[in-house]
Design a protein around this ligand. Sequence first.
Ligand code: DX5
Ligand code: ZN
Length: 227
Amino acid sequence: MGIQISPSILSADFANLAAECERVAGAADWLHVDVMDNHFVPNLTLGLPVVERLLAAVSTPVDCHLMIEDPDRWAPAYAEAGAASVTFHVEAAAAPIRLARALRSAGSRAGMALKPATPVEPYADLLPELDMLLIMTVEPGFGGQKFLDVVVPKIRRARELIKGRDLDVWLQVDGGVSAQTIEICAEAGADVFVAGNSVYGAADPAEAIRKLNELASNATASSWWCH
Ligand code: DX5
Ligand code: ZN
């Protein structure tokens, strides 16, 4: 798999979600849907009923990022509903291996997310259970925050762990990803890029996605990790 861009609809107009998804159709590889419960993060967005309606309305695969407490209990329903990728936060999961297996057996890709201060090394042995590792490059909860450069070395170490084990685990970054920051992430080892403000804040969101993809592809081609 090459570079993939997953625009976050958190920055879209929630009163016109289907139309907002249509604006990126064809250009976006995924639709990134941020589920927040006002407990794991200090913000509240949407839940399963809205995701179910979105899944019925759009053809782009849905990438659910669950910023919720007790994902062991709630996450499998998103996979059962038809989300092609479901990501839970390891900080909130009681049994991440069991949960990743439950997501896969419900038919979705299994993703695990790390907040900026959560180290990746303790989870090295879990990587074969995952289809994607999400490294947050802002504190989760809100769109439009500034990219945290301090996380870049962790992106590189995560890619080293994946490469060292010869695994096909996608490495996603989320938070403050823009034309100014995407190349740093791609060079460090990310290959799936969430972008909210830099896509939906642009006059032409589909064009913004194509530009981000081009920047990331070029940066990856000359990076340490893709050879
Ligand atoms: C933040 C969310 C992100 C957010 C990214 O907690 O997980 O997906 O929408 O938005 P930007 O790209 O604007 O930082
Ligand atoms: Zn997100």
